[in-house]
Write a new protein. Structure first.
Length: 422
C-alpha cells in the first residue's frame, strides 16, 4: 500500500514553536496535505507524553489514532479527501559534549512502537538532562552513547541522526558537527541504517559523500508550526504499520524515495551573514569572514557538502535514490496572485483547490497536468515546471529563507493561449 510519512515534528512544548502545535492541528493539516503517518514529536517531555496517552489509542499496527477526531478549523471551507491519519511516537533530542576540547552539539530522532518503550527510553535519558525543560531536551551525552542506549532499550526502538548537514546542531554540520559519521558514532556506526537530509540538502547532494552510501536518506518537515507539515516527506509502498515502515527504511524494499523541499529554499544553503545581508554561493570565491563586519560567515550546507564530498555530482546522480521536489501550494498561489501567502486572496484559492482535488500532494504530483489546466491555467504551468524542476531561485543563508518561483515577470500578464505550457 502506498503511503506518505512525515516523521519529524514537534509539540507546543518545544522551543520556538507555535502554541497551536498539537495533535489536533497536525491531524487537520495531514488531511489537507495528504499525509498518512505523522510523528508525534517530543515524547520525552513529561507533559506531552501524558497528553499523547490521553488523546491517542493504539491502532494495532504500531501506530496510533486520535480518540476524538476534530472538526476542520485550520482551513475553514476546505473539504480535503478523507483518510486515516496515523501517529508514530517520536522525539528529537540534542546531545552536547566535548572531545579533546572541541564542543559538539547534534540532534537525533528516536522512534518507539508503544508507550511502554517510550517510557523506558525516557527513564534511561532522564539522568543526562532535564526532560521537562524543553520538548527537544539537551542531554549531556555523546551521540554514540545515546545510540547504544536506544539499541539496549528495545529492538523495535529506532534511531536516526537528524538534519545531518545543518550548520548548527547536526552530525556533520559546519559549526559544531563531526568530520565523519565514524568520528561521531565510533564503534556503533554500523548500527545506523538511515539519516535525515535536512531542508537545505537533497539526496543528490548527500550521495556526493560516499560515507552515506548504504544508508537510506529520509526527509521530514521538522515542523514548528502545524501548517508547515509536509515540507518534506517519505514515500512507502508496504504494509501500513510501524515494523513494515522501518523494515523498508532498513532494507530499501518498499521505500519509494522522498519529496523534497527545494534545498535553495532552505535557510542554510549558501554561506553568509544575515545581519549584513551577505550571501555567497558555493561557486563564489570568498573569505571565511563577512566583508562588512569581519565576523565569521556561517558556512552553508552547499559548501559543507563540497568540503566532505568525494565524488562529483555526475557520479552521484548514477546512484541517487528516487526523489522529487515540492513547494507549499500557498507559495505557488502567492506568486500567481501577487499577494502574500497569508493573504485572504491566496487562502481562498487554496481552499478551493483543496476542495476540488482532495489534497495538496494530489495537486503537486499526482493529478494529470491537463486536469489542472482545465481547472486553473497558471496553476498548471507552475505545477508542470515544479515537476520538471524548472525554477528560479535566490538561495537561503545564515537563517534567512531562500525563495523559489516559476514565472518570469511578464508571463503572469500573458493570456493563457500565449503561454507555453510544455
Amino acid at each position: 500500500m502506498f503511503f506518505i510519512a512525515d516523521l519529524h515534528t514537534h509539540s507546543h512544548y518545544a522551543g520556538a514553536t507555535s502554541k497551536f502545535l498539537c495533535l489536533e492541528t497536525m491531524y487537520q493539516w495531514a488531511l489537507i496535505k495528504g499525509i498518512d503517518v505523522v510523528g508525534t514529536g517530543d515524547f520525552t517531555h513529561p507533559a506531552w507524553i501524558k497528553e499523547l496517552e490521553e488523546k491517542l489509542q493504539p491502532a494495532g499496527n504500531g501506530f496510533f489514532t486520535l480518540k476524538q477526531l476534530p472538526e476542520l478549523t485550520v482551513l475553514p471551507g476546505a473539504k480535503p479527501q478523507g483518510r486515516t491519519v496515523y501517529f508514530c511516537l517520536s522525539t528529537e533530542v540534542n546531545c552536547e559534549y566535548a572531545v579533546n576540547g572541541k564542543q559538539y552539539k547534534n540532534h537525533h530522532l528516536i522512534y518507539a512502537p508503544d508507550f511502554e518503550t517510550a517510557r523506558h527510553i525516557n527513564k534511561a535519558l532522564a539522568g543526562y538532562g532535564d526532560l521537562s525543560s524543553d520538548g527537544r531536551p539537551t542531554l549531556l551525552l555523546p551521540a554514540h552513547e545515546l545510540l547504544k542506549i536506544v539499541l539496549d532499550i528495545a529492538p523495535r526502538a529506532f534511531f536516526v541522526p537528524a538534519h545531518i548537514w545543518t550548520p548548527w546542531f547536526s552530525t556533520l554540520g559546519s559549526k559544531n558537527g563531526h568530520a565523519s559519521l565514524q568520528d561521531c558514532f565510533k564503534d556503533v556506526t554500523n548500527e545506523l541504517f538511515a539519516v535525515e537530509t535536512s531542508l537545505s540538502a537533497d539526496p543528490l547532494m548527500c550521495r556526493r559523500y560516499a560515507e552515506l552510501d548504504g544508508l537510506t536518506l529520509l526527509s521530514n518537515s521538522d515542523v514548528h508550526s502545524a501548517h508547515k507539515l509536509g515540507r518534506e516527506v517519505n514515500l512507502l509502498d508496504t504494509a501500513q504499520d510501524y515494523d513494515a515502515m522501518f523494515n523498508a527504511f532498513k532494507t530499501k524494499q518498499g521505500f519509494s524515495g522522498t519529496w523534497e523541499y527545494y534545498p535553495q529554499r532552505g535557510k542554510y544553503f549558501n554561506d553568509g551573514h544575515r545581519n549584513c545581508n551577505i550571501s555567497f554561493g558555493v561557486e563564489e570565491v570568498h573569505d571565511a569572514t563577512c566583508p562588512v563586519c569581519r565576523k565569521p560567515l556561517t558556512v552553508g550546507v552547499a559548501h559543507r557538502v563540497e568540503q566532505l564530498a568525494n565524488r562529483s555530482e555526475q557520479e552521484a546522480a548514477g546512484q541517487v535514490q528516487p526523489f522529487k521536489y515540492v513547494l507549499p501550494l500557498p507559495e505557488i498561489f502567492a506568486e500567481i496572485a501577487g499577494f502574500s501567502e497569508s493573504s485572504l486572496k491566496v487562502n481562498a484559492l487554496y481552499v478551493k483547490a483543496i476542495s476540488h482535488f482532495g489534497t495538496e500532494f494530489n495537486i503537486l504530483h499526482q493529478v494529470p497536468i491537463q486536469d489542472i489546466q482545465r481547472y486553473h491555467h497558471q496553476l498548471s504551468v507552475a505545477v508542470d515546471r515544479l515537476r520538471q524542476n524548472k525554477k528560479h531561485f535566490t538561495a537561503g543563508y545564515d537563517g534567512a529563507h531562500g525563495r523559489v518561483w516559476f514565472f518570469d515577470k511578464t508571463e503572469l500578464n500573458t493570456k493563457p493561449e500565449q503561454m507555453v505550457l510544455f
